[in-house]
Write a protein that binds this ligand. Structure first.
Ligand SMILES: Cc1cc2nc3c(=O)[nH]c(=O)nc-3n(C[C@H](O)[C@H](O)[C@H](O)COP(=O)(O)OP(=O)(O)OC[C@H]3O[C@@H](n4cnc5c(N)ncnc54)[C@H](O)[C@@H]3O)c2cc1C
Length: 394
């Protein structure tokens, strides 16, 4: 072993980072996780864990906790621009999920569960981040914002769509990002609309607003999404700039929109970003690698971001353990094993998203079809096969 022993640094403490930390610690590595925020970040719309990811969660002993946190949404109702209900579906009728096996939990709750599961086996450093990485061949020298300097056997970026680990080691985001043409803002608000284990979606040309019940009936989650030709730059992703932008997009709409916009102004947990994928020819270089959204963000349109993060971290940890101090072999196996599954899930995003019609004609046709048949067009069996498409090895 090099002088840094078995020390591995993970950047990012959301979904992929703690999952990777759990398994690396299980295999005997000494794991540090650095997180830019001062604590585990809450917030985010409910996310689904399905298929192969649920097997990983089960092996982490999290099934009971996840079942308790499961939102158990009974129906998703789609509303047209006039505020009329078009159709009410069971969530798995449009997600391709499996009732009784999948769980849907608020993103922040999942991040907190993972943190609690790993806080005793990994060393966490909040309020800090990497400012320089130097891969010396036998170890990676790291300098942190706090001034700390350390050497690690490996550095793994689990720092999301805008990963700076990726920027340091593999190149700028622009080379790998694929914008899907939408921008979103998410926040929570008091349950002023009286939702009860349900989701509601207002959907019209160029925009949609989703509402979801949370575990406690006091608050709900909102997600506003707009179609956009140009994506805001990092500087324009400022929350106040985006509040104004969303107000301009939805300003004339009825349904619950006026109250939602008022609540957006008050929200202190608003989170906005582009709806984008990361597509990279390689997820590693030398002793530095990526996992989760940093490597293969699929976008929330696929509903698979957190599932991919969990399953990919498991595969990566396994390969690092199998190929002790042979990064080339470990990272090559990680990609061979995981890339086909990650890409198949990314491809679920397709070219058009049925929740945001592009023009009044397609909006009318979609609404008519849903009113008559009550079913979305996407082939659910195919989706289900893709969600379950990774064999989780021991
Ligand atoms: C606050 C928040 C809200 C979200 N809301 C939604 C949502 O509503 N719907 C949805 O589909 N997806 C949402 N996502 C994204 C979703 O969590 C991911 O798509 C998915 O779960 C994959 O997780 P990940 O761990 O790979 O990345 P992420 O969940 O994006 O986590 C990345 C983590 O890295 C941290 N980080 C970033 N840069 C650095 C750095 N330089 N150094 C150290 N740490 C860093 C971030 O603070 C974050 O904790 C949200 C993410 C966050 C952080």
């Amino acid at each position: 072993m090099p002088s840094c022993g078995s020390k591995i640094l993970i950047s990012g403490a959301s979904i992929a980072g703690p999952t990777l930390g759990y398994w690396l610690a299980e295999y005997g590595f000494d794991v540090e996780i650095v997180e830019r925020s001062s604590e585990v970040r809450g917030g985010g719309y409910p996310i689904d864990l399905r298929g192969s990811a649920m097997i990983v969660a089960d092996r982490m002993g999290m099934t009971d906790q996840l079942r308790r946190a499961h939102l158990d949404i009974e129906a998703l109702t789609l509303f047209d621009r006039g505020g009329e209900a078009i159709v009410a579906l069971r969530p798995e009728e449009f997600s391709g999920g499996t009732q009784g096996l999948d769980v849907e939990v608020p993103r922040g709750d999942l991040a907190m569960l993972l943190y609690e599961r790993t806080r005793d086996r990994c060393t966490y450093h909040f309020n800090d981040h990497v400012v320089a990485l130097d891969d010396r061949g036998d170890a990676v020298e790291v300098e942190f914002k706090s001034g700390r300097r350390e050497r690690y056997l490996y550095v793994i970026g689990a720092d999301g769509l805008h990963s700076s680990t990726r920027g340091f080691a593999l190149g700028p985001e622009d080379a790998f990002v694929r914008h899907l043409g939408y921008f979103f803002i998410g926040f929570t608000l008091p349950n002023v609309f009286g939702l009860d284990r349900e989701q509601q979606v207002f959907s019209t040309v160029g925009r949609m607003a989703g509402l979801s019940s949370l575990r406690s009936n006091d608050r709900i989650a909102a997600l506003l999404t707009v179609a956009a030709d140009e994506m805001p730059s990092a500087a324009e992703r400022d929350i106040d700039i985006q509040r104004r932008r969303f107000r301009a997009h939805f300003g004339e709409d009825g349904w619950h929109i006026p109250r939602l916009l008022e609540e957006l102004d008050r929200a202190d947990d608003a989170y906005c970003d582009t709806v984008s994928q990361i597509r990279m020819p390689a997820w590693s270089k030398g002793r530095i690698a990526l996992t989760g959204d940093a490597a293969h963000a699929p976008s929330f349109i696929t509903g698979q971001g957190s599932s991919l993060a969990l399953a990919g971290a498991y595969v990566l940890a396994g390969e690092l353990a199998r190929h002790l101090d042979d990064p080339a072999a470990a990272f090559a196996r990680y990609e061979t094993e995981y890339r086909p599954f990650a890409e198949a899930n990314q491809n679920l995003a397709g070219k058009r998203w049925q929740f945001i019609p592009t023009d009044p004609e397609s909006e009318l046709q979609r609404n008519q079809r849903l009113r008559e048949s009550g079913l979305p067009t996407a082939p659910m069996e195919q989706k289900r096969a893709i969600h379950n498409g990774l064999e989780i090895k021991d």
